[in-house]
Design a protein around this ligand. Structure first.
Ligand code: THU
Length: 140
């Protein structure tokens, strides 16, 4: 799978859409799905899971990432990320998810999501979404 291939990104986005249908979002009713494409060819999906204690909600993107690390370890690197929702809204990954994903992305990783303009799909570089991620080395 090559992330520059539009057909591959469209397929990844379809997997994010399918994941959104599994979301547990009875409070916001905003169902989100994420699909991560790794450099070993694997795709791992996740959906948001909410809680009556609202702050315990976990986003689709982080659930997908944590699922991948839990099942396959931390070595595979992300080459593309698709985010979709069942609400026909623009949905780039939130800032918290960008920071978490930043430790696992390849330098040229791409992100596809419903954009602002007529909800046409936007494809942008991960770097453009989070140009200055926090890295622990910076604190040493
Ligand atoms: N949500 C995600 O799953 N991913 C994001 O990037 C932004 C927000 C979820 C969290 C919550 O369940 C719902 O969307 C509304 O914020």
């Amino acid at each position: 799978m090559h992330p520059d291939d539009a057909a591959q990104l469209a397929q990844l986005y379809a997997q994010a859409q399918a994941a959104a249908l599994l979301a547990y979002a009875p409070y916001s009713r905003f169902r989100v799905g994420a699909a991560l494409l790794f450099d070993d060819g694997a795709v791992v999906t996740g959906c948001n899971v909410e809680n009556a204690s609202f702050g315990l909600t976990s986003c689709a993107e982080r659930n997908a990432l944590f699922r991948s690390v839990s099942e396959r370890g931390a070595s595979p690197r992300i080459v593309a990320i698709a985010v979709a929702n069942a609400n026909h809204a623009s949905s780039p990954p939130c800032g918290a998810c960008r920071q978490v994903l930043s430790e696992f992305v390849t330098p040229d990783a791409l992100v596809v999501f419903p954009g602002q303009t007529g909800l046409a799909l936007a494809t942008v570089s991960f770097r453009s979404l989070l140009p200055h991620s926090f890295q622990f080395e910076a604190a040493l």
